[in-house]
Design a protein around this ligand. Structure first.
Ligand code: SAM
Length: 489
């Protein structure tokens, strides 16, 4: 199917009625979350996918806002025909608590004072962000999400969801992130914060409405952050050592290199869209993120129920592959159903926002589900329970099949006979079907997921399952049909 855009979208606001209890013990009243949705919620409300954004993202994940050309930050994977196919899924994305893109944060008005919170805004955590999102999901009438997905700080939120609300989602995709911020990650964030705090116009956070604001501090914070989102290889590719608007070195402190000019541009455009105090609060939430219990990550993840996908980027040095592998090991220790994928890219951390083909492929494979009904064989030959083994062998031979359901007079399922049972009949010298057939037949429904029944077949060492609807036989699913399906991927 051709990939399309979700088209024009609008950002909505959700007001949380109750006070929000925070990890710090404080509470926040009148909390609002900005959010967007794409696609339609189905009648059973089982197709909702929550997308969580990274450090400086917002609720605008896909499509375009009226009059603007630039699409949402993850338009690459959200829309008809894309991995988060909006013909299939109802996709939700909200701006985090503490943010500055419509959700309550330090730039919001404190109902107690009538002024911006600034530093009176309480310290928030990733858990608090997720708690607020949970209120939104409840408010939308969704009892269980199909999936929670996020990259970078969005991955922390998605992971926190699986810990805080283990029953709330079927699947979770955790991309380019970690289960606990490392000293190096905290260090980079602290340099960014100090850059803001030491800006003379920061004014202890009370700069709202001032003509002069901590633009330069925030810009430098973004420049530092931006370097960590790229890789040396991608910078070489993009800039090399090329000079900017000059043929020779300046021998002063002007901008000589293209990479310098690029970073300044990144910093300047960032200050036009982001609030310096939000940057302080959100980076602090990232630093506090640690799902280990007394240093043990497996203990912290012991209640995870979702089927998990971990995606790491081979050139990501901000959230290196090893951190994803630590997460994988901790989930495996808890016997969680988890797949690990590695994106091959020169882009560094930002690859999850840029590697269109790989991200769509990995996410759609993980999210899509095949059901027994899609691959089962219908029009299956059957044999009556009073038949002989020879009659069964003739039917199997003529039809080139190795599994034959056995039925009663009323066509209800009485048992199953396989090629293995025929061999057994020779070894044990029997002639009646009743003597060799298996009576306690395991069955499945056409709506069952292929993966689930494949696991069942492996567990019980059987190579076929009759597909039933109540008493009546609808078809047969065999390991042959499943390998056929997989080889067509
Ligand atoms: N994997 C091979 C197979 O399934 O035929 C051999 C292993 S297993 C020991 C074979 C036995 O499993 C046979 O006696 C067969 O009747 C039985 N069997 C096959 N499908 C079954 C099902 N859906 N439920 C219960 N038993 C089944």
């Amino acid at each position: 199917m051709k990939q399309k855009s979700v088209g024009k979208v609008i950002t909505k606001t959700f007001a949380i009625e109750d006070d929000l209890k925070l990890s710090s013990g404080k509470t926040l009243s009148n909390v609002e979350l900005a959010y967007e949705t794409y696609g339609d919620l189905n009648s059973t409300k089982s197709n909702a996918v929550l997308v969580c954004h990274a450090l400086t993202g917002d609720a605008h994940a896909a499509g375009t806002h009226g009059g603007k050309k630039k699409p949402g930050w993850w338009d690459m994977v959200i829309g008809p025909g894309k991995a988060l196919d909006t013909e299939k899924y109802f996709v939700i994305c909200s701006n985090v608590l503490g943010g500055c893109k419509g959700s309550t944060g330090p730039a919001s008005i404190n109902p107690k004072t009538g002024e911006e919170y600034a530093l009176d805004f309480p310290i928030i955590t990733i858990e608090d962000m997720v708690h607020a999102q949970m209120k939104l999901i409840e408010g939308l009438g969704i009892e269980k999400l199909y999936a929670v997905i996020g990259g970078s700080m969005g991955g922390m939120q998605a992971l926190q969801w699986t810990v805080s609300y283990p029953e709330m989602m079927k699947k979770a995709c955790i991309i380019a992130t970690t289960a606990r911020s490392s000293p190096q990650q905290i260090a980079f964030n602290e340099v960014g914060r100090q850059s803001i705090i030491s800006d003379p116009f920061w004014n202890d956070g009370r700069y709202y409405g001032n003509y002069l604001t901590p633009r330069s501090g925030l810009s430098v914070a973004r420049m530092i952050g931006h370097i960590t989102y790229l890789s040396d290889a991608s910078m070489y590719k993009k800039f090399g050592r090329d000079l900017q608007d000059r043929d020779e070195l300046s021998y002063d402190f002007a901008l000589d290199f293209q990479v310098e000019s690029y970073l300044h541009h990144q910093g300047e455009s960032f200050v036009r869209r982001f609030d310096a105090n939000s940057y302080l609060y959100i980076t602090k939430a990232v630093d506090y993120f640690d799902l280990a219990v007394e240093g043990n990550l497996a203990d912290g993840l012991k209640d995870v129920k979702a089927k998990m996908q971990i995606i790491a980027v081979d050139s990501d040095w901000l959230y290196p592959v090893d951190q994803s592998k630590d997460l994988l090991a901790a989930l495996q220790t808890n016997d969680v159903d988890v797949v690990y994928n590695e994106v091959k890219s020169d882009y560094g951390h930002d690859a999850f926002l840029l590697e269109n083909g790989q991200m769509n492929f990995l996410l759609s494979n993980f999210l899509s589900e095949h059901h027994v009904g899609d691959v089962m064989k219908t029009e299956v030959p059957t044999i009556h329970i009073d038949s002989t083994i020879k009659e069964a062998a003739v039917i199997m031979f003529d039809n080139e099949i190795t599994h034959l359901p056995v039925v009663n007079d009323d066509n209800s399922l009485a048992g199953i006979v396989t090629a293995w049972d025929l061999s057994k009949s020779i070894v044990e010298d029997c002639s009646e079907l009743r003597e060799v057939m298996t009576k306690n037949v395991r069955t499945c429904k056409s709506s069952d997921e292929i993966e689930h029944i494949a696991r069942l077949m492996k567990k019980y060492n059987i190579s076929c399952l009759p597909v039933v609807d109540g008493e009546s036989l609808e078809g047969l699913i065999t390991t042959d049909r499943i390998s056929h399906l997989i080889s067509n991927y």
